[in-house]
Design a binder for this molecule. Structure first.
Ligand code: AMP
Length: 666
């Protein structure tokens, strides 16, 4: 076939395979454009097939696809803008026709991104779903990272995507200590908004009259930077709160927030928290629900309130905003909230806040609250007891959604289920989902290479089986292992509902940090070197996330022996040395941990608890006595709770804390 004939053939094929083409309401216009492009091929006979496709056809398809995607995201051709009852109807249809929706999503992703350097390497021009499933490898972030890095450095988005990458979303997962960067395209914001818009109609089915008051959500942005190519690199929530989708949202009685946008968008966390709490207290009689995205942030806000209520009450009493709030936008916005002196409210609040115990403080401060919303599944489950303490177990704890920087996954259709029972329904129009079965029960599959034919599609997962989630996104991630382990607990229409079990390999997490065994080991290795000069040896170690205080902190249990005959076992340890060990540990942990510690202040100083010699042998005896195998025994690198933790704590000789923030820069 001549090259030009091939070009024309490609164009025709592309026209034919584009499923939405014929039914699009922009049919005429696009038809004209396509004719024009075919004409262009004739007019530029000197250009090669690839050139022609790159220069004329792909840009054209970019325009075409943008329109088509918008049209095809809803089952009935509407955009991703459903609200209220419409959103629930759409959800019903999506979950009934999940297989069709998933197939068309994959087809669309391949059509749009097929020409990208990454996908084309495997698909070689094919747009066939089966070809995708047999040829495209299942990968971890490390395999796509070099491509992402090239875009970060200024190369074209077409390396991985048919669309312009508009930002890089900084995930809380790290790779070699650095945050993973997930590509994002403009329309991803529509997809996130679509999911947010589902929450209230779902909630409203279970709890009526949520439009009769306000929502006190404590939302925060985090530090962001620019890539060398000028793209913003920031966490997904920061991106969302800064987007027009959030900032210029239309007023909706179901989403009437106490916090002014300026307070949410204030980069100074203390000023932001202070003003959001102040607004929440001023509107205390109207607040019908309260929360934060993650339970850790909500508890930090309560702890902040504990430290600052006297100042907050003073502001309410005098009608003047505290001078420590220096952000001019924030001051201007708060002047609309704090409009006059209110000594009566200040007296009420002071009486409540000065009570001997803060048990049930949420019910007392916000007496009309119908539910508390925060992620309390996965690693956040450790905060359930604390929130139950502050709400006296009287207010439902609601987990509404499951999402990530790669893509927003799904919602909880039974929001009143207790956090440990929550399952999320994956929305089939968010991305293309596949699942790696965990064949040995809960044993995560840490193999580098996953055979393509092992993967199971969304509607084919089996009840009560464990899987690892794999996504293919519009922005250009193909068969990317998210790392989350999920259990199928039920089906909603044809869509499975998943309980979040854990994240593959993650040992420690206090806030949005996620530290895996390898990262912990690397920092312990760096830190224990300091001991050598003192003839000390780290025998064994394990870790624990201590959330008994807010903010929580990492604890390392260290068993140290003297290697010198000069030192007796009873010689006290050098405090400065052990403090330095804490600091080296922290400096060697990942970016997100160090940001949480130094910038967000959402993690407290790391602690080393030195245990008596023989403690780890006793730990082994305990675990074996509880049914562990002696032959396969390995020291657990993380102890969550129970007898093992009690044993370790009962043998602590000394405790040391890091005395400065770890090194961190944007
Ligand atoms: P990030 O990479 O920072 O966007 O974090 C996304 C990860 O946070 C997910 O892959 C999960 O591991 C975790 N996550 C998000 N939402 C939930 C949830 N509702 N329950 C449990 N874990 C969650």
């Amino acid at each position: 076939m001549s090259e030009r004939a091939w070009d024309l053939c490609s164009v025709r094929t592309m026209i034919m395979v584009c499923p939405e083409y014929n039914r699009s309401h922009q049919e005429k216009e696009e038809h004209m454009l396509l004719h024009l492009s075919i004409h262009t091929l004739y007019m530029h006979p000197q250009s090669s097939g690839t050139d022609t496709l790159q220069c004329f056809i792909f840009p054209l398809f970019k325009i075409l696809n943008q329109n088509l995607l918008q049209a095809s995201m809803g089952m009935d051709g509407k955009k991703l803008e459903y609200k209220g009852e419409d959103a629930l109807r759409e959800l019903e249809e999506l979950t009934i026709k999940a297989k069709e929706v998933q197939d068309s999503i994959l087809k669309e992703i391949i059509t749009r991104n097929g020409a990208s350097e990454y996908l084309n390497k495997y698909m070689q021009g094919s747009i066939d779903l089966l070809t995708f499933k047999t040829r495209v490898p299942v990968i971890t972030y490390e395999k796509i990272q070099p491509y992402i890095q090239r875009i970060v450095n200024g190369e074209d988005s077409s390396i991985i995507s048919g669309h312009q990458i508009t930002e890089m979303l900084m995930s809380s997962g790290t790779s070699c200590g650095e945050p993973k960067l997930m590509p994002s395209i403009a329309e991803d914001l529509d997809r996130r908004t679509y999911l947010y818009n589902l929450i209230m109609p779902i909630m409203n089915k279970h709890i009526p009259d949520l439009d009769k008051g306000k929502a006190m959500y404590l939302l925060f942005i985090k530090a962001e930077k620019q890539t060398p190519s000028g793209l913003p690199a920031r966490p997904v929530l920061t991106s969302y709160y800064k987007s027009p989708h959030f900032r210029t949202r239309t007023h909706d009685p179901f989403n009437d927030y106490t916090s002014p946008n300026e307070a949410i968008l204030c980069p100074d966390r203390d000023q932001s928290m202070y003003c959001q709490l102040l607004a929440g207290l001023i509107h205390r009689q109207c607040v019908l629900r309260l929360g934060a995205v993650f339970a850790s942030a909500l508890l930090r806000s309560i702890s902040f309130l504990e430290k600052n209520w006297i100042d907050l009450c003073r502001d309410i009493r005098t009608g003047h905003l505290n001078k420590s709030i220096t952000d001019p936008n924030l001051r201007a916005a708060m002047s609309k909230t704090i409009t006059s002196q209110d000594p009566q409210l200040a007296n009420e609040l002071e009486a409540i806040c000065s009570l001997r115990t803060w048990k049930g403080i949420i019910c007392k401060l916000w007496p009309r609250v119908k539910y508390i919303e925060a992620v309390l599944t996965g690693s956040m489950a450790q905060y359930i007891p604390a929130l139950e303490f502050y709400s006296e177990g009287k207010i439902p704890l609601v987990c509404t959604m499951y999402a990530s920087s790669e893509c927003y996954f799904g919602v909880n259709l039974n929001p009143l289920s207790y956090p440990t029972e929550v399952s999320y329904t994956l929305l089939p129009n968010m991305a293309y989902f596949e699942f790696i079965p965990l064949e040995n029960g809960l044993q995560p599959n840490n193999e580098e290479k996953i055979e393509q034919d092992k993967l199971v599609s969304l509607v084919d997962v089996k009840l009560w089986c464990y899987y690892e989630l794999v996504v293919t996104t519009f922005a250009g991630l193909c068969r990317h292992r998210v790392g989350d382990i999920l259990l199928v607990t039920s089906f909603y229409n044809s869509v499975p509902q998943f309980k979040f079990i854990c994240r593959r390999n993650i040992l420690l997490s206090i806030d949005t940090d996620k530290t895996n065994e390898e990262e912990l080991h690397k920092s312990v290795t760096a830190s224990k070197k300091l001991l050598e000069a003192y003839d000390l040896l780290l025998n064994e170690y394990t870790s624990h996330a201590d959330t008994s205080t807010i903010p929580g902190h990492y604890v390392l249990f260290w068993e140290i022996t003297n290697t010198s005959t000069k030192l007796s076992l009873a010689t006290p340890l050098n405090a400065e040395l052990l403090q330095n060990c804490c600091q080296v540990l922290e400096d060697s942990l990942g970016y997100v941990y160090r940001r949480c510690r130094s910038h967000d202040k959402s993690i407290g100083p790391l602690e080393i608890r030195v245990v008596e010699e023989g403690t780890f042998e006793a730990l082994m005896d305990l675990i074996i006595s509880q049914g562990g195998s002696i032959n396969q025994y390995k020291t657990p690198r993380y102890i969550e709770q129970g007898q093992a933790l009690e044993l370790l704590n009962s043998r602590v000789k000394d405790r040391f804390f890091s005395s400065r923030d770890p090194v961190w820069s944007l």
